[in-house]
Design a protein around this ligand. Structure first.
Ligand code: GLY
Ligand code: MN
Ligand code: MN
Length: 476
């Protein structure tokens, strides 16, 4: 666990979050932090990551802890470490010390949350824990913990937001509205994670020319993250096969004519994430074909960022990126036709099949544990269109949101070799011309952007995006 040294301003900021929640809901709330899952036997575990909803209000990644919030007052439920644990894990703080560090007014062992038994002669049974009566919760990812939640509430606590209702759904909506607009504490932590990610990307660029396989570049990048006491916010993508969107292989050879796509982001010890992608030439110099497509993606990226301000629909940014990519591909002779027609028939999505980005916060795709509740404005649902289905955010932007902007160009065999698509887009793709760009498998440029009152602040701006600047970093 982190140190319990907490500044008064940190404690106040967490308390302010709890009071903001109290202003939105008039029922008690129970939030579980979760527990780590065993890898293969109980003592050998996957690293613990506390539930983000818990972290948001507690500010400490306590394992197997529960908080109860009522009118802004916090009660902590957590067991003391067993006497034997000191041998393996050293001394750990006492429950009362932890409670004080997070501003709890009371603290109890977990057994307090047991359901109540009653026995009235013929009638006997179990009712929810007295602490859960009339309270709401959000299901955590860890299955064992979700089982604990269900026992405490004596009802099934489900993960799928489509199946939750009543005050649980009301709670989820209230938390979304709070977590979507970042406070100063959140922004400070996001900036810390971003600063480390930027150093990691520079280290990856510098390590490329001497690297034999992708894993060496990944190691150079993650070394920076680990050395700064952070973890990765998601599985790093470091690959010469950028067309595999979530590539988790790192064993490909690095060859001078390749592009290297690195999507790597640090997570601060407090849990706040960052999410950055850069694409660079392994040789330190883009080929003419790579450079022209890189500039198409960069133009889409820059146009989206320039358009960000409160009130703008994020979906419009996605469509702007789609038009910019389509226009660039028309200029290069890869697509034929009018830009608006091409976008209307999703021809851009042959090469840019994902959404232009998502919310960023404690989770890299912030609050996607709640399905589209955070990403989609009430009443909106995902489109079935090939070019819009993967759009993760469809809301008007508000000051205080942090979003990613991450357009890309990919040659995905499963899309481009699909007979049905080849037939449907026969007239609009110049396949012979496309073949001349075979040295581009995948390009993505991804930045993290704060929506401000008047426009946008690119939180990741210290990491260059211009082709020449990226080349310089790889060559040095
Ligand atoms: N790193 C995952 C994403 O960019 O969405
Ligand atoms: Mn992203
Ligand atoms: Mn990313």
């Amino acid at each position: 666990m982190q140190t319990l040294d907490r500044t008064a301003s940190l404690i106040d900021a967490l308390k302010a979050r709890r009071l903001r929640l109290a202003a939105l809901v008039d029922f008690p709330v129970l939030l579980w932090s979760g527990q780590s899952s065993p890898r293969n036997f109980r003592a050998n575990k996957f690293p613990f990551r506390a539930s983000s909803h818990f972290l948001y209000f507690a500010g400490l990644p306590l394992e197997d802890a529960v908080m109860r919030l009522e009118s802004g007052k916090l009660t902590l439920f957590m067991d003391e470490a067993s006497p034997a644990s000191a041998l393996w894990h050293g001394e750990t703080p006492k429950r009362e010390e932890i409670a004080a560090a997070i501003g709890a007014i009371e603290a109890y062992p977990l057994s307090e949350l047991k359901p109540e038994k009653f026995d009235q002669g013929e009638v006997w049974g179990v009712t929810p824990s007295k602490w859960a009566t009339g309270a709401a919760t959000i299901g955590v990812q860890n299955g064992q913990t979700r089982a604990d939640q269900s026992i405490t509430f004596q009802r099934s606590i489900l993960l799928d937001v489509k199946q939750i209702e009543g005050i649980d759904l009301e709670l989820a909506g209230a938390i979304v509205s709070l977590r979507m607009i970042h406070d100063e504490l959140a922004l400070a932590e996001l900036r810390k994670a971003i600063a480390v990610s930027i150093t990691a990307h520079k280290a990856g660029m510098a390590a490329t020319r001497s690297a034999g396989i992708e894993a060496e570049i990944r190691a150079a990048m993650e070394r920076v993250i680990i050395a700064n006491g952070m973890t990765c916010a998601y599985s790093s993508i470091v690959t010469v096969h950028g067309e595999v969107l979530h590539n988790d292989q790192y064993n490909h050879l690095i060859k001078p004519g390749d592009l290297l796509l690195a999507d790597v982001g640090a997570e601060a010890a407090s849990g706040w994430a960052s999410d950055i992608t850069r694409t660079w030439a392994v040789s330190g110099k883009f080929s003419p074909t790579q450079r022209s497509l890189y500039d198409v993606v960069l133009a889409a990226h820059d146009a989206c960022i320039a358009a960000i301000r409160p009130g703008v629909e994020y979906r419009e940014l996605h469509l702007l990126a789609a038009r910019m990519i389509a226009a660039g591909l028309v200029d290069l002779g890869i697509l034929r036709g009018q830009v608006d027609d091409l976008v209307a028939q999703d021809a851009h999505a042959l090469f840019f099949p994902h959404g232009v980005g998502h919310l960023l916060g404690l989770d890299v795709h912030d609050m996607e544990d709640l399905g589209d509740l955070a990403g989609y404005e009430t009443g909106r649902v995902r489109s079935n269109r090939f070019g819009l289905n993967y759009l993760r955010l469809d809301r008007p932007l508000q000051a205080g949101m942090v979003v990613t902007i991450e357009p890309g160009f990919y040659q995905v065999p499963a899309i481009l070799q699909d007979p049905e698509r080849r037939s449907r887009y026969r007239a609009v793709v110049n396949w012979d011309r496309l073949a001349q760009f075979a040295d581009v498998r995948g390009i993505r440029i991804e930045d993290d952007v704060l929506v401000t009152e008047t426009g946008a602040e690119v939180l990741t701006a210290a990491l260059p995006t211009k082709a020449e600047d990226v080349e310089q970093l790889v060559q040095n």
